[in-house]
Design a binder for this molecule. Structure first.
Ligand code: THU
Length: 134
């Protein structure tokens, strides 16, 4: 399914400005498009009790699910302290994305060279865990 790459990048960069990351100083913005064509955004929200913070991917996925969306067509993640830095989704967020992905889902993030990688969830999380009896 097609997706609006430039709009997703723009939304992710924009919502990154709202990140609450006073402890790490690493601001993350995520935008995703679901299979209805709708866009959802999220940023990281840290907490003084460090484990209670949540990642930008979790925020964006939560917004999609709350609105009734269930399938991610594409997700863009951008992050960094001041300028954008490499920001591949963390391990936990790969599993979160997988929950609402299929083999066509694209995940875009800035790599070490400062360019956007465009990969599948299978590339990010091979041999992934799934419950097979539900
Ligand atoms: N972070 C995300 O929001 N998404 C990721 O996939 C990687 C890490 C956030 C968590 C924390 O607030 C900050 O980046 C530094 O780890």
């Amino acid at each position: 399914m097609s997706f609006d790459r430039e709009k997703l990048i723009s939304l992710a960069k924009s919502v990154r400005n709202n990140a609450h990351a006073p402890y790490s100083g690493f601001l993350v913005g995520v935008a995703l498009q679901d299979d209805s064509g709708d866009f959802y955004i999220g940023c990281n929200v840290e907490n003084s009790s460090f484990p209670e913070g949540n990642c930008a991917e979790a925020s964006a996925i939560g917004a999609m699910v709350a609105a009734g969306g269930r399938k991610i067509v594409a997700l863009v993640a951008v992050g960094g302290r001041t300028e954008l830095e490499s920001c591949a989704p963390c391990g936990g967020c790969r599993q979160r994305i997988l929950e609402f992905a299929d083999q066509h889902t694209r995940v875009l993030y800035v790599n070490d060279a400062g360019e956007f990688e465009d990969v599948s969830i299978g590339d990010l999380l091979p041999a992934s865990f799934r419950l097979t009896d539900v």
